[in-house]
Design a protein around this ligand. Structure first.
Ligand code: PLP
Length: 316
């Protein structure tokens, strides 16, 4: 039966888990993708932002009309801009200049003020600027990198949804940005099945994959529980882009670049795992990356080569 929704907040989460049947049909493993691009602002970040704001309002940490500040390379900023305005708060987002042009335009469309930080200073400096605005202006800093509600949201909602749709999960593959997704979901999936392999995906050092962090860059996200990880794959930009295009061409799913990185990593994991159910986190959709050359070339149709030497893989 179709549901009647009470407002945009009730559209967050309950995203589809869809079988990927065409991209590598001969694999013994079954692959399922969690389509987070179907959240209202188009990414997984709607989940954590809504819960952070609701909790802060409930506990009185956030006053009516108080300004919101956050540091983001895009998705979290969009979620804060949308829900912040919806709840009556002015919103300012600290954004590194290296983000794709669509991010600035979307933030503006959502009525947010943008504070640009220099390209080379990256998210670390955006975080410092956001913390100082919070101090100087009395703004409420959501702090996605340090707020425990981030992990709790994924433990209580994202993981619960996955297990409801697929009670046995043998491997979970997700990108690492704040580490909130992999820590919260990973913890719950391991409780359900202690043999479930938790695989984190990072960009290789110096490579830009929107939303992901290289831990080798010297920034360990404080929320990330590395003890949960059974493997870590460092993915290059070419692999991420090729696989985002392949997912679109073969499965008909228009996903973002970090999802391409996850897809690439998952195929490597699959060749090692054998039979089993694998869940892939597709954190956002592809439309936000239209200004890149990502979609210009025809999708590669060569068979996937699991022995491609270009990745660094740290296995269980
Ligand atoms: C597109 C995209 N993929 C993956 C991630 C990683 O998620 P998390 O921050 O929960 O580690 C992010 C986070 O910003 C993202 O924006």
């Amino acid at each position: 039966m179709d549901e009647l929704h009470e407002g945009v907040h009730s559209l967050v989460g309950h995203t589809p888990l869809v079988a990927l049947r065409y991209i590598q049909p001969e694999l013994p493993a079954r692959l399922y993708a969690k389509l987070e691009g179907q959240n209202p602002t188009g990414s997984v970040k709607d989940r954590i932002v809504l819960r952070m704001l609701e909790r802060a309002r409930r506990e009185g940490a956030l006053a009516p009309g108080q300004k919101l500040i956050e540091a983001s390379t895009g998705n979290t900023g969009l979620a804060v801009a949308m829900f912040g305005r919806r709840f009556g708060h002015p919103v300012e987002i600290c954004v590194p200049e290296s983000v794709y042009p669509e991010i600035g335009r979307l933030l503006t469309a959502h009525g947010a003020t943008i504070r640009w930080v220099p390209r080379q200073a990256g998210i670390k400096s955006a975080l410092a600027v956001a913390a100082s605005v919070a101090r100087d202006e009395g703004a409420f800093f959501l702090d996605q990198f340090g707020n425990p509600e981030n992990v709790r949201t994924h433990y209580e909602s994202t993981a619960a949804e996955i297990l409801e749709a697929l009670p046995r999960v043998d491997a979970f593959i997700a990108g690492i940005g704040t580490g909130g997704t992999i820590t919260g979901v990973g913890r719950r999936l391991k409780e359900a099945n202690p043999h479930c392999k938790i695989v984190g995906v990072e960009p290789r050092l110096g490579v830009h994959v929107q939303g992901l962090m290289s831990l080798d860059d010297g920034f360990i996200p404080p929320l990330l529980d590395e003890s949960l990880l059974d493997a870590k794959l460092l993915v290059g930009n070419r692999h991420a882009v090729d696989h985002a295009r392949r997912v679109l061409a073969m499965e008909g799913l228009f996903v973002g670049i970090s999802s391409g990185a996850v897809m690439h990593a998952a195929l490597r994991v699959a060749s090692r795992l054998g039979a089993g159910n694998m869940v892939l986190m597709f954190a956002d959709g592809g439309a936000k990356y239209l200004s890149t050359e990502l979609w210009d070339a025809p999708a590669p149709d060569a068979a996937y080569d699991p022995d491609d030497p270009l990745d660094d893989v740290l296995w269980w």
